[in-house]
Design a binder for this molecule. Structure first.
Ligand SMILES: [Ca+2]
Ligand SMILES: [Ca+2]
Ligand SMILES: [Ca+2]
Length: 199
């Protein structure tokens, strides 16, 4: 991702330089001087300053703020995070379920810690389904997210606005809230690559 952004920046500055070389119009902060205006020169899109790039917190707010009121409630943040997790759980469960019978048995995750396996196997039938896994992940995430939200909402109005999100580097806190999910995902990738088969 970073590489891609760096490549885009390199590409756009190259395009900007190429444009500047081709066009005699020079602007200061995207504005024409009076003499340029008098000559009828126009500001071309490449001369305009780039709009400021949204921060990670701004992007997070844009995604989570379902009712577009400029702030995120716990419910908004929680459903945003849950949706992300649910999307991954099914894929991860499918990876672990080697015989594709919809159940991940102890044998399919041989190296998984017994306590961890037991936590996923909610109905104690010796395997966990995608539904069981989803429920456990959702519960684990909810408790982390509650803590994160309490930290974020510094004025205690049950809403997090951009200033609050920026102040606490919200993206980091929310990422931490989903940390268990990310850790699990990494372990699954290792398992896929022939590494440790722990979940
Ligand atoms: Ca909102
Ligand atoms: Ca299975
Ligand atoms: Ca089960």
């Amino acid at each position: 991702m970073r590489k891609r952004i760096a490549a885009l920046i390199a590409l756009s500055s190259f395009a900007g330089a190429a444009h500047a070389a081709a066009s005699p119009t020079r602007t200061i902060n995207g504005k024409l001087s009076l003499s340029q205006k008098a000559k009828g020169e126009e500001v071309t899109p490449a001369d305009r300053p780039d709009p400021p790039k949204p921060s990670a917190s701004a992007k997070l707010l844009a995604l989570a703020d379902a009712n577009r009121d400029g702030s995120a409630t716990y419910a908004e943040l929680s459903s945003f995070v849950s949706a992300r997790i649910q999307r991954r759980v099914a894929a991860r469960h499918a990876q672990l379920d080697r015989d594709h019978d919809g159940r991940v048995t102890r044998a399919e995750v041989g190296k998984m810690d017994s306590a961890r396996f037991a936590r996923f196997d909610l109905d104690r039938d010796g395997a966990f389904t995608a539904v069981e896994l989803s429920r456990v992940m959702a519960l684990e995430t909810a408790s982390r997210l509650e803590l994160a939200f309490a930290k974020l909402d510094t004025d205690g109005n049950s809403r997090c606005d951009l200033a609050e999100l920026e102040q606490h580097r919200a993206a980091v806190l929310v990422a931490e809230a989903a940390a268990a999910e990310q850790k699990d995902s990494k372990r699954t990738e290792q398992a896929k690559a022939g590494g440790p088969t722990v979940f």
